[in-house]
Design a protein around this ligand. Structure first.
Ligand code: ATP
Ligand code: MG
Length: 159
């Protein structure tokens, strides 16, 4: 079954609507017109999106803003970006951020809850789909996570 990308992004925003409203964080969704639908393991990709959006909410102050966007990065790949204007990540931590249990520092994460597994799980799922994931961040400015998904699955692949 094909997944409509704009529906998928609307639905992830809906799943967090309570927290978003509570924290007065606005979410903006942008899907390029040439992005339509693709064949993916929807539950797994929802897990990736939930991890990334929950991080964006956790590490962004009240009244912050989150951008969810989808575009074709080239002929064969869909690129989804989750961007926030939150606390950001120090440069020295960026290299280790996808490691299991890695969290930036205990002091700032203490009250946030979590185990440090979200990003490592997200990376595993994206890799299993034949995509890549990257994170870019500026301390005090915000964080942007981009991942790609092939628009066509490999022949005979069970998804
Ligand atoms: P879990 O996802 O298991 O609940 P977690 O959110 O701490 O716990 P990850 O999602 O793997 O773990 O993220 C690892 C660390 O990267 C976080 O502890 C946090 O310090 C930092 N981080 C992740 N996303 C962001 C973000 N959007 N803004 C700022 N820091 C982030
Ligand atoms: Mg997380």
């Amino acid at each position: 079954k094909m997944t409509q990308v704009s529906d998928m992004l609307d639905e992830v925003a809906d799943r967090f609507s309570f927290q978003l409203r509570q924290r007065k964080i606005r979410i903006h969704i942008q899907v390029d017109p040439d992005v339509t639908s693709l064949l993916i393991d929807r539950d797994k990709i929802d897990q990736v999106l939930d991890n990334l959006v929950s991080n964006a909410i956790k590490y962004t102050g009240d009244e912050g803003a989150i951008q969810l966007s989808a575009r074709r990065s080239n002929k064969n790949d869909l690129e989804i970006t989750v961007q926030d204007n939150g606390i950001g990540i120090p440069k020295k931590d960026l290299a280790r951020i996808f490691e299991r249990f890695y969290r930036v520092d205990k002091a700032r994460s203490r009250n946030m809850g979590g185990t440090g597994l979200g990003l490592s799980i997200a990376r595993e799922i994206v890799k299993a789909h034949g995509g890549t994931i990257h994170l870019d961040s500026e301390l005090g400015q915000g964080t942007k996570v981009m991942f790609t998904l092939p628009m066509q699955s490999g022949e005979g692949e069970a998804l």
